[in-house]
Design a protein around this ligand. Structure first.
Ligand SMILES: *Cc1c(COP(=O)(O)O)cnc(C)c1O
Length: 446
């Protein structure tokens, strides 16, 4: 597929440092066995909905786990593409510390530096980030640091859970999977115990205070650290990667429908008796499903598709129903409204940078979250999620990750398609595979 991606201004002019395969889009492919399973099980439920004609679902996957040649490709590389120019700049605008991630005001360079203004004139030496023990994000930051010739410090919080407590082998959980890979990438890995009350003052440090202490420590060693918050979502530029990805998906929709016009029945001769992909109907995905963890993947997509709808000139599509972008929550730690507020804030932040009117163009109605599959804990493999992971491996030869994508797929398989207006025909649904399989080693009993 063509690497050229036409983007509208001002998005096209925002600095980006390429971390993905330079001449490729991340692939989209059909999931024929899962589509067939979905349509069969829905047909089995007919009695409930005889009055309306059934929609047929064609399910596809976008493989963000195949987006980059860098270690353990996943969704964080796209976000980091827009953060690297700030890291490499002689006067970084962001990354000074935990509290300094104020909303960016477009065009006001240098407006949100922390207190250490003088240090910020020196080149960044060290990327610092955090996550749960089996965090995929920290692997991608460590690998970008290497790529840029910088050091990295990775803080892994035992207190965030992430499957440690439920692991049958906690010792292995702290050494295998992503922890092992972060170390292979040469990162300074610091596993932090949950903060405890100070014996004198009785006060308990917050995780943020622990981070600030690490940053101070690095500065006292003469280093100039750049802080990237968990999942890069609180970073003011964190939503841009997936805003751009919306345009990539739209370009692929276009290519897929052109291909279909040219070559509608090429697979008819195949010996393979397994289910075939359903034909790709109208040139768009009606549903897009993606994990919602720290939130800027979903938020970026929301902003990007809004801009696409506003700027695209495809008259044949103006009557089509808008794509529904659905975030599947992956952790029960915080309630749905907490995430809704964040997603709206991140989407508006990205929107303001790419030329939308944030308040008017993006509203709470655009934020669609499903919290039915959060399970018993962040990173905890509950029986339903485990079953889905195994099912997808057996049916499609696709390996999901235990923390995010298996929960998303549960959401897809449990979705009540065909409720929307005009959905009686073919419904195209896109599952975004955001990566994360490198954590599997820590879940050896799966
Ligand atoms: C980080 C991550 C997510 C969640 O993305 P957010 O932008 O944090 O919501 C989903 N899947 C995988 C594999 C991840 O590593």
């Amino acid at each position: 597929m063509s690497p050229k991606l036409p983007l509208p201004e001002p998005l096209a002019s925002i600095s980006r440092h390429n971390l993905l395969y330079p001449f490729l889009f991340s692939p989209i492919h059909p999931l024929p066995s899962l589509s067939s399973h979905l349509n069969k099980s829905r047909a089995g439920n007919k009695s409930q909905c005889q009055s309306r004609k059934e929609a047929r679902v064609s399910l596809y996957a976008k493989r963000e786990d195949h987006s980059s040649p860098l270690a353990c490709a996943g969704n964080k590389y796209r976000k980091l593409e827009y953060i690297v120019p700030d890291i490499l700049s002689s006067q970084p605008r962001f990354g000074a510390g935990v509290g300094s991630e104020l909303p960016a005001i477009p065009g006001s360079a240098g407006s949100s530096n922390g207190a250490d203004g003088n240090d910020r004139d020196r080149k960044i030496t060290t990327l610092v980030t955090e996550g749960a023990l089996q965090s995929n994000h920290t692997v991608q930051v460590a690998s970008v640091a290497r790529k840029l010739g910088l050091e990295s410090v990775v803080l892994l919080h035992k207190g965030t859970g992430g499957g440690l407590r439920s692991s049958s082998d906690p010792r292995a959980f702290t050494r295998t999977g992503n922890v092992q890979i972060v170390k292979l990438l040469g990162s300074d890995v610091r596993i932090l115990d949950p903060p405890e009350p100070d014996p004198v003052s009785g006060k308990t440090k917050t995780q943020d205070e622990l981070v600030e202490k690490v940053l101070e420590g690095l500065r006292s060693e003469g280093k100039n650290p750049y802080w990237i918050p968990s999942g890069a979502s609180l970073h003011p530029l964190g939503g841009l990667g997936y805003a751009r990805c919306a345009f990539e998906i739209a370009a692929q929709e276009q290519e897929m429908s052109e291909e279909l016009l040219q070559d509608g029945s090429s697979s008819a001769q195949s010996q393979d008796t397994r289910p075939k992909a359903e034909p790709f109907g109208p040139a768009r995905f009606d549903y897009i499903f993606v994990a919602c963890g720290s939130g800027s993947t979903l938020a970026g997509l929301i902003a990007g598709f809004k801009l696409l709808e506003k700027t695209q000139r495809q008259p044949q599509l103006t009557n089509a129903r808008p794509r529904q972008i659905i975030g599947i929550l992956t952790s029960p730690t915080q309630p749905k409204p907490y995430h809704e507020e964040r997603i709206l804030r991140f989407a508006r932040q990205a929107g303001s940078l790419i030329g939308l009117d944030p308040e008017k163009d993006i509203t709470m109605a655009d934020v669609r979250l499903d919290d039915r599959f959060v399970g018993s804990g962040y990173g905890v493999l509950d029986p339903g999620t485990k079953k889905t992971l195994e099912f997808v491996a057996e049916r499609e030869e696709v390996i999901l990750d235990p923390v995010y994508t298996a929960k998303v797929m549960r959401g897809v398989m449990g979705w009540d398609f065909g409720k929307g207006e005009g959905e009686q025909g073919n419904v195209n649904a896109l599952f975004i595979h955001t990566g994360g399989q490198s954590a599997l080693g820590a879940y050896a009993d799966l």
